[in-house]
Design a protein around this ligand. Structure first.
Ligand code: PMP
Length: 370
């Protein structure tokens, strides 16, 4: 559905929301469920908000097939808050935690965790980040509190596929901020799965944390109450005022995902969208260049350079300018890597991806001299 005046928004997050969701929000803005108030004006302890909250939790459980031995929490502080909350909650009697650093976000997570637990990296990360090093060569052990990984590195476009890392009998911790519900998820071996809602699932401000029950209740004494999984579960995520508007937005997005056929259907569409763009890159004789190891290419954040492996600033600027003229925004790569990044989150349609593909083909015809 294309609405007048709307841009095609390839932002990395906060990112595009489905138009159906935005229209529903608009429709309900002044009068939610005939209550005569907006949902963001309601008490978080009202019966009606409780219904919305519990329904949102049930929808996550249903769509992601979350096993019964996991709790679903609504927290604040973003993915970044969880970088601290994880060691605070999970250290227990352990001496250290193992970290798989495959990009900027897992690197930040490891850095933050060091304040609360001894961090061991399972391999020495090497830049530029382009792959997941061979698992056989990792050094990690069964004494670690957990093994941490970022399921999708948003800045570099590196995604753990097709499976999560081998856990070696310690709980796996997954940061799914940028591929939350982009594909079916296997909870096997996982202890905590978390992410902010602002890319695939709604608005900034809501952090969804899915925690295995046996890991709860071991938090360090210094853990702030709002970061304590135990406190949050004991209060059904109402320890303090939650981001009510964010929970409402996610509720609508989840219903939209369900109406689209659930995670398998969404995944198939995401494969088509990203396949379209990677296909153009691979058939361009190096004019478009994606540095990421093909096995780990992200279906969410497609990162590439124009005019060869190190990119040609002038061409990239021309490309971005032309994209804007064609109604496409936020295609500029992260400042630390440069180039182009097309974030193809769930709400981006195949038609919108095709507009980008058409522009890439046109641009290549004009400037590819190979
Ligand atoms: N992890 C990943 C993979 C991210 O992409 C981001 C945000 N872009 C974060 C963590 C940090 O999330 P927040 O900004 O919600 O703290």
């Amino acid at each position: 559905m294309a609405l007048d005046g709307r841009k095609i928004n390839f932002a990395a997050g906060p990112a595009k929301l489905p138009e159906e969701v935005l229209l529903k929000m608009q429709e309900e803005q002044l009068n939610f469920n005939n209550l005569g108030v907006s949902v963001i004006e309601m008490s978080h302890r009202s019966k009606e908000f409780g219904v919305l909250l519990n329904e949102t939790i049930s929808l996550i459980r249903e769509l992601m097939n979350v096993p019964d031995n996991f709790e679903i929490l609504f927290m604040q502080g973003g993915g970044t808050g969880q970088f601290a909350a994880i060691p605070l909650n999970l250290k227990g009697n352990h001496d250290h935690a193992d970290y798989i650093v495959t990009g900027a976000w897992s690197s930040k997570a490891a850095e933050e965790a060091q304040k609360y637990i001894k961090v061991k990296k399972v391999f020495q990360p090497s830049k530029p980040y382009v792959t997941v090093p061979d698992q056989e060569k990792w050094v990690h052990d069964e004494k670690a509190a957990y093994l941490y990984y970022c399921a999708n590195e948003t800045v570099h476009g590196i995604e753990f596929t097709p499976t999560a890392p081998e856990s070696h009998n310690v709980p796996l911790i997954a940061d799914v901020s940028s591929n939350f519900m982009a594909r079916p998820f296997d909870f096997k071996d996982h202890g905590v799965v978390f992410g902010g809602a602002q890319k695939n699932l709604g608005a900034a401000g809501l952090t969804i944390v899915i925690v295995r029950k046996d890991l709860i209740g071991k938090e360090q004494g210094i853990t702030p109450a709002v970061f304590s999984y135990k406190e949050m579960i004991a209060n059904n995520s109402l320890y303090n005022t939650p981001p009510t508007g964010g929970i409402y937005t996610t509720n609508l997005v989840l219903k939209w995902i369900r109406a689209k056929g659930g995670l398998q259907a969404i995944y198939e569409l995401n494969l088509k969208k990203s396949g379209l763009i990677y296909g153009i890159i691979d058939n361009s004789n190096g004019f478009y260049h994606c540095a990421v190891d093909k096995r780990y290419r992200s279906i969410m954040n497609v990162c590439f350079r124009i005019g060869g492996a190190s990119g040609n600033d002038e061409l990239e600027e021309k490309f971005l300018k032309g994209a804007i003229e064609r109604n496409m925004i936020s295609l500029k790569g992260h400042r630390s890597v440069g180039g182009i990044r097309a974030s193809l989150y769930n709400a981006i349609t195949l038609e919108e991806t095709q507009v980008l593909a058409t522009w890439m083909n046109e641009f290549e015809k004009q400037y590819n001299t190979n």
